[in-house]
Design a protein around this ligand. Sequence first.
Ligand code: CA
Length: 230
Amino acid sequence: MEKINVLIVEDEQRLAELLKKQLEDSGLSAEIAYDGYVGKELVEKNRYDLIILDINLPLINGYDLCKEIRQTNSKIPIIMLTAFSTPDNKIAGFDAGADDYVVKPYDFREILARVNVFLRRSDIKAPGSKKLGLADLEMDPDTKTVTRACKKIDLTAKESQLLEMFLRNKEKLLSREFIIEKVWGIDFDPSTNIIDVYVNYLRKKIDKDFYPKLIHTKFGFGFYCSEKEI
Ligand code: CA
């Protein structure tokens, strides 16, 4: 699983390096920008899960950088880290789009606790582990967990492979040869009725008690997976 990636925008070098080390010791990965301009460039270039942002920064200050980031990314958690502690400063930070505010000098545990809250809230997953889904059916390709209408559905290994193949090829007519090759392997005889048998097993589990039906038969051709019949 890819590590959570934090961007620290902080011009006080020792503080930034200490924070980076503390985050890394906590199992995260962190990068530092020592001024607002570099911070902006890194945000445009890389993918971060969270930003820790100082206010008093060279070139672009934290408020302005926060506003800029918010123009293109409304979701990324931003924690402002600053020596300014008046209510006015805090309000300006929230107005700029910050999610939270930590006053220096800080205790690292306080930062880590906040980071964890945001990461839990945003349900961050490593890239590539994106859930597959159709209508109210969801499948996590890593854990093979399947839910429909939030109800967990237990599938056998073959049913799970078949469903994953359908979800990765939504809205396409899939020939029996294609399905056999993807799920059972190229040496399998496509004229067997094994596909029909397994499609029926799968339908019983994911379609029978739900609406809309997701797996459809196209007679004389094969199958397709769609919210609508085509
Ligand atoms: Ca500063």
